[in-house]
Write a protein that binds this ligand. Sequence first.
Ligand code: BYC
Ligand code: FE
Ligand code: FE
Length: 479
Amino acid sequence: MSDVVNSERIPNNVDLSSDKKLQRALEAWQPKFLDWWKEMGPEGFQEDQIYLRTAVSVDSDGWAQYDFVKMPDYRWGIFMADAIPDRTIGFGDFMGQPAWQQIPGEFRNVLRRLIVTQGDTEPASVEQQRLLGQTCPSMYDLRNLFQVNVEEGRHLWAMVYLLQNHFGRDGREEAEGLLERRSGNPDKPRILGAFNEPCAHWLSFFCFTYFTDRDGKFQLLALSESGFDPLARTTKFMLTEEAHHMFVGESGLTRIIERTLALMKQNKEEDARAEGGIDLPTLQKYVSFWYSVSLDLFGGEISSNAANFFASSLKGRAKEDKYEDHKVLEGTYRMDVPVVSGGTFTGFKSEDVPLRTAMNEVLRDEYVADSQRGVDKWNRAIEKAGFSFRIELPSRRFHRATGIHAGLHFDPKGQPLSADEWEKKKYDWIPSPEDEAYVKSLMQKPICDPKQMANWIAPPPRGIKGMPVDYEYVRHQVR
Ligand code: BYC
Ligand code: FE
Ligand code: FE
């Protein structure tokens, strides 16, 4: 195991104190991060003691230490998975060569862009979620929200470390920029679409952590194959934390559905809304919305950027090991590409896209399959309860803003629609302002009594780290 230093201002296992210049640069960035956290991090609750998991090292005990801590005192640290001795590059044109400890000059700009794009999503998500504490369904859920938030903050630290260590002055400027852009701000938006969407209530939060954090999982898996070893090791460790974020989403949606089914059973018309719950058709709309904006995060289906990332051995596929051919100089990916003439959609044309150019789509395929697993589980629960409704992931053409389907309109089955038809029907498929108002109306105030749970969600089967569900995970000072 690598040495861990916790006594310093910035906990780390990267021997930060041996590089005084870098240490000073990061210590200069730290107060700016804290200012950002105070301005854009969770609103309220900053003075409360919260039962949080903190990484103090990367080994099996150390990465998950639980204790009460105030959020601003959270020890955001810099951790990398242990180095693999004599690691060689596993894919792309540089396959078989020793992994790079320094960035080859010709890849500096591309790699900077990849790291900045990844880094930008982390604070963006904290900004999107900053008001949710005020409407939490329970103290258990509030704690999980804050756990996700502090870890996204740590993921920002992880990317800033790479920028400051390997990109000199440019890297320092990018590190500042990461604290300056703001989710949803038209003048200085976050880089990727989904991270500018409002996440105004807990149904969106659970969909976000199920679908959008899952994009994080696959992007991090792809980056953890990188020939640039510090990026590979950093993202590998981030993945251990990511699992909890997706757990929050999956278990949150499972608990909403469980509660909805119970409310449907107790109502003569099977009307969950009449009982103050979230009806399944409304839940479906949020699933369709967050799934489709998360599909966009994988980039274009046909992407020379993606081909370059792969060729340069900078970004691989998720779990390269399971593939046989790691160079991918041959092979194609067949896709149905929309044909547009004179601004109107005229049909699809089958195209064989060189496989390297289709890498975004290869990763998206894995994401789609992984997303489907939870949906199947939810549908089994609905079936078991005796109801015929089924949750469905919409076609990947539906509601897309990047790639070959951008600017066109399709229904959830993937059938083309005119712009007019889309405008008329879209609120059958994505949340309408009324749906948004209804869901918000269920979540008006925080539930701060550890023994209580909001009406629209079932309690979890178990608490955190062996504690009871009604444990006081947040010691909230009523002021
Ligand atoms: N919104 O060749 P294309 C996470 C831009 S989530 C707006 O299709 P490429 C997390 C693109 O920049 C994981 N713009 O795509 C989750 C390019 O612009 P330029 C985040 C978009 O370059 C929850 C143009 O469109 N990690 O960690 O292959 C909570 C065409 O580019 C979008 C990463 O993203 C979009 N959705 O990009 C917290 C990994 N998509 O150059 C955290 C790093 C594309 O023409 N990023 N554009 O001006 C990458 O690997 C790649 O940049 C992308 C795809 C996957 C984003
Ligand atoms: Fe993250
Ligand atoms: Fe995450």
